[in-house]
Design a protein around this ligand. Structure first.
Ligand SMILES: Cc1cc2nc3c(=O)[nH]c(=O)nc-3n(C[C@H](O)[C@H](O)[C@H](O)COP(=O)(O)OP(=O)(O)OC[C@H]3O[C@@H](n4cnc5c(N)ncnc54)[C@H](O)[C@@H]3O)c2cc1C
Length: 388
């Protein structure tokens, strides 16, 4: 294992950095750097810019229009993009349904759906969780009943991120209620404009409309929107979740937000001095920074192993836990920089809006829950890494 980048990788980093500097629209950069949330327009515009450069799908093979980069180059790209103030690329198409279609989809499905993902023509969302099935995903109850040339689907999905913009949703549905719970599940693709689909917002702690409930009332889909074989959905879901957890440490994102915390601490005065000069505050920043450096090295170890073995394996659970914890600690530092001013609220029309630092802090409570909660990740480490 070599923790240093090769000269070629350093040259690649320079190329990515130059591109980010010239291609990033200033309004997008300013939005992200001020701690505001990227909206749909920012995300689609940035995705189209990357696509035009040929960098729309950095985790895909060249065969399907991807860059064919190895995990190290993907990591360098992600880090430089985050540091340059780029919005995160939407993972649901690029990192979730696309790898599934490449491995389990029919040729017709690949040709129909894959090209429209990096070009941002189709916006995908993930319909896995249900009110009664989160960590215990195999307990899902949305059912699909086969009727001649269609499936008729009814049930409810929840926490569906950005479903309000989605053209398509990939869903896990129960096709065999008699089978053992993991064995009666299928993976289907559903057009969000289908009759019987209703999307209702769930407003998060920070007041943002980021997640939704999706109700499916006798929604009909043609049989060719089943991916893989009927009742193979659990195998497909496990494959998808492995891809969901790649780049989970969020090194670039953490570095960018830590830099923001430090910038704020230099600007803001406490007792007539910059907060950055307060030894207690400076010690807490240093602690987070040391943990972030350790995380970066661990991430390099996992990437080096993944490059050799082809898959990152259960060590990604460790990256998920540490990456999300560091991210939350940075959000606490940013909140503290603002002090009492972070408590201010503004009434905009009929909606209250929070100070951006408070909104960021509250929004980040989610990172230890989604993508498999941190408790579930600890269970994976105990079983598959420590073999307890
Ligand atoms: C902001 C946000 C966005 C999301 N986006 C999506 C999305 O787009 N699509 C989608 O399908 N889902 C999405 N999710 C859902 C997410 O995957 C689930 O919230 C997560 O899997 C946890 O499930 P749950 O909420 O039902 O909690 P539960 O599974 O009920 O867990 C409740 C608590 O019990 C703990 N727990 C549960 N089982 C165990 C165990 N075996 N051992 C130890 N502790 C345990 C959990 O860690 C948690 O603390 C999102 C969630 C959030 C918060």
């Amino acid at each position: 294992m070599d923790l240093n980048f090769t000269p070629e990788e350093e040259a690649f980093r320079g190329e990515v950095r130059d591109f980010m500097r010239t291609a990033m629209p200033p309004d997008i950069r300013e939005t992200i750097e001020s701690g505001e949330r990227a909206d749909r327009d920012h995300m689609v515009r940035w995705q189209k810019i990357l696509h035009a450069k040929g960098w729309g799908a950095t985790n895909w093979p060249k065969e399907w229009g991807g860059t064919g980069w190895d995990p190290i180059r993907q990591h360098i790209f992600e880090e430089e993009a985050a540091l340059a103030g780029a919005p995160r690329q939407l993972p649901f198409g690029l990192r979730m349904v696309a790898p599934v279609l490449m491995k389990f989809g029919s040729d017709a499905q690949k040709h129909r759906f894959l090209p429209r993902i990096p070009s941002a023509e189709d916006w995908w969302c993930q319909g896995f969780s249900e009110p009664g099935a989160g960590s215990d995903l195999a307990g899902l109850s949305t059912k699909a009943v086969r009727k001649s040339d269609r499936y008729v689907i009814s049930g409810q999905k929840t926490w569906t991120t950005l479903a309000q913009y989605a053209d398509w949703i990939f869903c896990l549905v129960r096709t065999d209620p008699e089978a053992k719970k993991q064995e009666g599940i299928s993976f289907v693709l559903l057009d969000m404009k289908s009759k019987g689909v209703t999307v209702r917002p769930i407003i998060l702690l920070d007041g943002a409309h980021e997640v939704n409930e999706v109700f499916l009332d006798d929604v009909e889909i043609p049989l060719d929107q089943l991916v893989g074989a009927e009742n193979q959905g659990w195998t497909i879901a496990k494959y998808l979740l492995e891809h969901e957890r790649s780049n989970i440490a969020g090194i670039g994102l953490n570095k960018r937000e830590l830099a923001r915390a430090k910038r704020l601490a230099r600007e803001i005065k406490r007792n007539g001095k910059p907060l950055a000069d307060d030894p207690l505050f400076a010690a807490r920043v240093a602690e987070v920074e040391i943990d972030l450096m350790a995380l970066e090295i661990t991430n390099m170890r996992v990437l080096a192993a993944a490059t050799k073995r082809g898959s990152p394996g259960p060590m990604t659970s460790m990256l998920k836990i540490k990456g999300s914890e560091v991210f939350q600690r940075i959000s606490e530092l940013i909140l503290e920089c603002r002090g009492a001013a972070a408590l201010s609220c503004k009434l905009e029309g009929s909606k209250w809006s929070l100070a951006p630092e408070a909104a960021f802090y509250l929004n980040l409570r989610k990172v230890t829950i989604y993508g498999g909660s941190n408790e579930i990740q600890r269970g994976i480490i105990a079983k598959h890494v420590l073999e307890l």
